[in-house]
Design a protein. Structure first.
Length: 139
């Protein structure tokens, strides 16, 4: 199979001395160890077979709800953004398309957070208002 290789079945054992279940050894190369020693064999354990359900984490499904703000774009169409999810925004030609796009953007945003192990924000109460401020305009 590989020149200068051997299989070492006795070297893959748990701390108690029993072989580890579900593992087998790949060929190991004769020669230098990573630590610099020579003439030693380095076993390479490989997991065989499908993962067991016992080792997999279960994922619970949860529904999240976020406020979305839609604005009409000057060049046409609409822009949507989600204030609770910094940087989460999208656009579309119609409000319906924009809504589909923002749902997808939110789903991808949450998936990205979960993949990095970050907490998924839950939006608290939000309020919307309008304020008027005086501003002097040069004549």
């Amino acid at each position: 199979m590989f020149p200068n290789t051997t299989l070492l079945f006795s070297e893959l054992r748990a701390s108690g001395g029993a072989p580890q279940s579900g593992f087998e050894l790949a060929p190991v190369l004769e020669g230098r160890r990573p630590s610099g020693g020579t003439g030693s064999r380095i076993p390479l354990p490989i997991r065989r077979g499908p993962p067991t359900m016992k080792g997999m984490k279960s994922r619970a499904s949860k529904t999240f709800s976020y406020s979305v703000f839609y604005e009409q774009a000057a060049e046409g169409g609409y822009v949507a953004f989600v204030p609770a999810l910094s940087g989460c925004h999208t656009q579309g030609e119609t409000l319906e398309e924009t809504e589909r796009n923002v749902k997808e953007a939110i789903a991808l945003y949450l998936e990205s957070l979960a993949a990095r192990g970050e907490a998924i924000p839950e939006e608290g109460p939000s309020f919307q208002g309008r304020v008027t401020v005086p501003h002097s305009v040069p004549a």
